[in-house]
Design a protein around this ligand. Sequence first.
Ligand code: GDG
Length: 731
Amino acid sequence: MAKTIFISNRLPVSIGIPEAGDSFSITASIGGLATGLKTVHESGKSLWIGWNGIASESIPDSLRIEQEKELLSDFGCIPVYFNASTVETFYEGYCNKTIWPLFHYFTEKTQWSDNLWEDYVTGQKQFLDVLRTVIGPNDTVWIHDYQLMLLPNMIRQEFPEVTIGFFLHIPFPSSEIFRLIPQRKQLLEGLLGANLIGFHTYDYARHFISCTRRILGIESNFGRIAMPSHVAVVDTFPMGIDYERYSDASKEMIANPDMNVLIEKVAGRKIILSVDRLDYTKGIPERIGAFKAFLETNGEYCGKVHLVLIAAPSRSGVEAYQNLQKEVEELVGHVNGKHAHMGWIPIWFFCRPFSFDELVSLYRVSDVLLCTPLRDGMNLVVKEYIAARTDRRGAIVLSETAGAASELGEAFLVNPNDNAAIAHAILQALEMPEAIQADKMSAMQKRIMRYSVQKWSHDFLDRLKNLCEQTERFKQRFMKVSDMDKLVAAYRSAGKRLLVLDYDGTLVPLASLPSQAIPDLQLYSLIEKLSADPKNSVMIISGRKKQELDEWFGMMNITLSAEHGLWLRERGSDWVTSLSIDDSWKKDLLPVLEAYVDRTPGSFIEEKTVGFAWHYRNSEPELAEVRLNELRETLMGYIQNHPMSILSGSKVLELRDANASKGTVLKKLIERHESDFILCAGDDTTDEDMFMVLPDLSWSIRIGETNTKAAYNMASYRDIRVLFERITATE
Ligand code: GDG
């Protein structure tokens, strides 16, 4: 039976081994991801693969098997074993020394070396090794986060039929930052192995698409990226929280005694709360600086407000984190030393994790949440604060560089580097009237409640399922082996055959410059064999110029048509056209096009006898899109009064004779040939003109996963060649 397999760096459990090492305990984590996937994971049809959180040397062999059994039976988990050295080289290596800082725009903290990279690859292979032992062909795999960015493609290579989803929990940076990483291609290719790649925000998705386009030269169409073996879809899923858990706990107000002490001590003073893992991306030193600026510009608040600063230690093995703790301690000491007076200390600093109950109580009693990360994929703390405010009180100062900012327009959004702006926002937040607090809070609550972490995970998995169903439906349109058998049989029994073929994208791959897409030996040999059969008439109908077709195919026994049906050269004859040519418009349009070439680096004009092609495949894609729209608009005026038409091809805009069409020339040839077998293949919109004039019972094929009037689709020019191999082999 098909199952779902979740893979994350850490399993959603904590394992405790007492010092004696003769027993162990396993407890389920209640983190965001674990909760989000709980309803799916508990249905019993899923497995979860990940590191169990302790170095493998710490688990005595005698306990290992027992622990594995319990992990599987009680938690649906399968462990990946890392020894202490792998923890250091994998998790604390490329993951947290390269990807984490770079993806959060900390270029100065980013390290790279071949060794770090090799360990990153090796670490992921360990996940693959474990996966291999349990995976089935119809399974769905959902991989999480930056530690496992190569895994989607590793799985795709070995198990092509498996459905793969990937979600990135941290930001995906702009291409200007991402391109700095030496292994940028491998990382992108790794992710593109997935069927669905999810991000928290539209900006991250946009950055990813821009990187695939600029770095790999792969285009996307409305977030769909066509890979040779599958389509990878990029989409946005803003992760939520377990809303009820926070709102229910807040309603019950399970304030523990420590909290009561805290509340008493505050005694009427306002509380500004700050909660984070101790991480340099969270902007804790900068936040302390902004709070100091607030005190210095709003002296009346001295003695009347506390900043409760909670920084739960994390990644304490990495040097940057150790330095950060020292820096924060010094800054807190500095502000308190300078501003405290008898009976009042401005910053209460806690460098330890708080319990869930303590945290909810603090959320509940704080007047302002000060959440100013320098960069944050999403930030769940702010959503938890909103859920805990069942009294609809409180205000939020939120960094605009946290993913959550895109959903929480009601918060005071600030630039985390701008102390004056943060200080001002703190003041506004503290002084916001209760009625406005209630309005803003309930608007945010409605949104956060609706898109909970449970909804998030179901949404992702549903989308993954729908995509795969869609692909299955599309596959039905792809020519199957049985269809090809029928085609070959029809071909064999025919007495007179017409084979009509587009050139670029159909017989050869698209190249960045048209002059590079020259025919190769295999293609020559196939066309030679096809045209040698006296029953066959082979015809190439292209948008290319006569001269190019002559140069490449002039010596062969085939018919050629150039410039989208304008020119025809039948076997053994000269080029002719049946249209009365009026190219007077060309001289007017050339300067217009040249102006676009000048303003669109990388683009160029190809001149034809009657027309031009403006190629922009090598231009910066966003700029080219803007220019394309401008150019179209400019040309619209010309079309009204001149015998020309505009045609969109693959990264090319063509201006051609209004009456030229591949369909018109093909229609004439079909009438003349009276064939009992017609095969027509093409790859772009100009070829649809041909498909439309084909008589019933013709065989028509469009290259690419796209809607078409053709009867079948094929994935690439290679499949057409396979078909020709079969046809010629049967002769
Ligand atoms: C990554 C991305 C993205 C913190 N201190 C205590 C404590 N916490 C809990 C919070 C919250 C969680 O830790 C932190 O989540 P964040 O989202 O804020 O940040 P990261 O850990 O960096 O998570 C982030 C997230 O993945 C999800 O995709 O939002 O951008 O960096 O739940 O409550 N919990 C307790 N005591 C603490 O002292 N109990």
